[in-house]
Design a protein around this ligand. Structure first.
Ligand SMILES: [Zn+2]
Length: 556
């Protein structure tokens, strides 16, 4: 007898094949039959034309810390995600010595917008090495399957201590790091992740450790993947990291390279397409490179207490470590403002904010009449400069004014082109991070609803492949990401006529009561991980034991 029989569904196999009406049977956590399935089942669902696809593989999350107190990795399961890759950009919490915990948490607070109080109250530190962290994940379980990167910044801090943020590594340090990365991938990490992006600053405004690495160090560490014969190298790329260098790493290691974050910038409209052309040429030469793109506009809520939006600017750096009145004085300083204005006026690569003041809005102010107005409008009315206008407003309200900026990826024609690129990987949900700034954990539902149904930018079959079969193949995730007999039963049942994510709302449910943005699903009827239902039309279903597995065995 089957455990589950879903009848009369619109089957999207995750490989891009044309949809077909049919049934799917599950037994022992695996797909038993697809197309025609007979026999009795403990549970039978008449899908009545709903669509059934493999569960979404979210390849860019930051659940490394959250998963230690919330194995449900909320809100991803209710949004159709059945596998999450953690440790992106190299911002992991392992390896970590007890003496470095505070430093690692303070870095995460800054770089990924996580509440320090939540991290202090929440993280369960019963590990030090990467293998111990993986064992802990396996022992505790999770609602979805998890695959974890070895993270460069943590490895660097482990080996170099304070110097990790300050200088290049010497040969002995590189050798020690190599051993840790190799130990991690041999224990079952999915690859190695790093960042060279100027947007990534840690505690007190210091560059995240990986940004201090030189090319020799990166080449040595990525070289471990050649030795291991498996694994993916992912990086969030700064402007000075060239595509030629990344292609060389792909060639030397023989492993796939995922290049993030290819977000469209309206003030530099060809930038991402030039990167994708370079990636296409590398693929023609036999390398495996993919460009991580997003199907969501990058919008961020911020206050001037810690405006992630501006913190990647060189001219903003002196402010990052300041507190209280020193901080406010500097924000009022004409010389500081002049430096920020001058930098924004220069062309920049992968910069979050590019002077589009018409896309910066007041969201919450003591002067309610300002809410909903843009900084461009308010500055024009007052005859003032927009930067002065924003900073003066914030300073008058003790920096509590909430702004929202539509930063990147808001040109739908351009984003449609990104989503159609054969070497693009739909990615960058950043689930588990930037919790108060934005939340794109529902990116998969947005791809299916907005981009496929509403705009027709890609067919439903292509959208399903982008979310499942494509990442499974690139990351070497075995027997998942497709509706194939014998594969694990990771499934998403949804209504293609309504599927979408809801708008974000703010909740205060983090350890210590800190807030985050969250959203729900529209049109999702069921989510199964290894054959167990974890969410239905009413949202997440609490259920023990947790069905997700730690994935440790990847294809060569
Ligand atoms: Zn990230």
């Amino acid at each position: 007898m089957h455990d589950l029989l879903i009848r009369n569904a619109l089957l999207l196999d995750g490989l891009g094949s044309p949809t077909a009406r049919g049934d799917l049977a599950v037994a022992g956590g695996r797909i038993l039959a697809v197309g025609k399935a007979d026999g009795a089942a403990k549970q039978t669902i008449d899908a009545d034309g709903l669509a059934l696809m493999p569960g979404i593989i979210d390849n860019h999350t930051h659940y490394d810390a959250q998963i230690t107190w919330d194995p449900w990795v909320s809100p991803s399961p209710a949004l159709g995600v059945t596998t999450a890759v953690i440790g992106n950009c190299g911002f992991t919490i392992a390896p970590c010595r007890p003496a470095d915990r505070e430093r690692v948490m303070r870095n995460l607070t800054q770089v990924e917008g996580m509440s320090l109080d939540a991290l202090r109250a929440g993280i369960r530190w019963d590990f030090q090495t990467v293998p111990q962290y993986l064992d802990m994940l396996e022992r505790r379980g999770a609602a979805v399957n998890i695959a974890a990167f070895v993270g460069h910044s943590s490895v660097r801090t482990y080996v170099m201590g304070d110097a990790a943020t300050e200088r290049a590594a010497d040969d002995a340090e590189i050798e020690a790091m190599r051993n840790i990365v190799l130990e991690g991938v041999r224990a079952g990490a999915i690859g190695f992740a790093t960042s060279t992006s100027p947007a990534h600053n840690g505690a007190d405004g210091r560059a995240m450790p990986s940004r201090a690495a030189d090319e020799a160090e990166l080449a040595a560490l990525v070289g471990t993947l050649r030795e291991h014969g498996r694994g993916v190298f992912m990086l969030t790329k700064g402007g000075h990291t060239t595509m030629e260098f990344l292609e060389r790493l792909a060639a030397e290691s023989g492993r796939p390279v995922v290049v993030a974050a290819l977000l469209h910038n309206s003030t530099q409209p060809d930038g991402v397409f030039a990167d994708l052309r370079a990636i296409a040429r590398a693929n023609e030469r036999g390398r495996r490179l993919a460009g991580a793109v997003s199907c969501c506009p990058l919008a961020m809520d911020f206050t001037l207490h810690s405006p992630y939006t501006f913190e990647s600017l060189e001219a903003w750096r002196p402010v990052l470590a300041l507190k209280g009145s020193d901080h406010q004085q500097r924000l009022a300083d004409p010389a500081f403002r002049a430096a920020v204005r001058a930098e924004i006026a220069r062309p920049g690569h992968f910069r979050l904010f590019n002077g589009e003041w018409d896309k910066v809005q007041v969201v919450e102010s003591r002067r309610r009449q300002l809410e909903g107005r843009t900084i461009a409008e308010l500055a024009a009315e007052a005859g003032s400069d927009p930067l002065d206008c924003m900073l003066d407003l914030a300073l008058a309200e003790n920096l509590d004014t909430v702004f929202s900026a539509l930063l990147l990826n808001s040109d739908e024609k351009a984003v449609a082109r990104l989503l159609a690129d054969p070497h693009a990987l739909v990615s960058l949900s950043d689930a588990g991070a930037h919790l108060t700034f934005f939340n794109d954990a529902g990116y998969g539902l947005h791809l299916l609803g907005h981009w496929s149904r509403e705009l027709g930018a890609l067919t439903l079959e292509q959208a399903a492949w982008r979310l499942t079969g494509q990442p499974a193949a690139l990351y070497g995730i075995k027997a998942r990401g497709a509706l194939v007999a014998g594969y694990h039963a990771d499934l998403l049942l949804f209504d293609p006529r309504t599927v979408e994510r809801t708008a974000n709302r703010r909740v205060f449910d983090l350890p210590s009561g800190a807030s985050r943005l969250t959203c729900g699903a529209i049109g999702v009827h069921g989510v199964w991980v290894n054959g167990q239902c974890i969410a239905d039309a009413k949202g997440m279903r609490a259920r023990e034991p947790l069905p997700g597995r730690l994935l440790r065995d990847f294809a060569a």
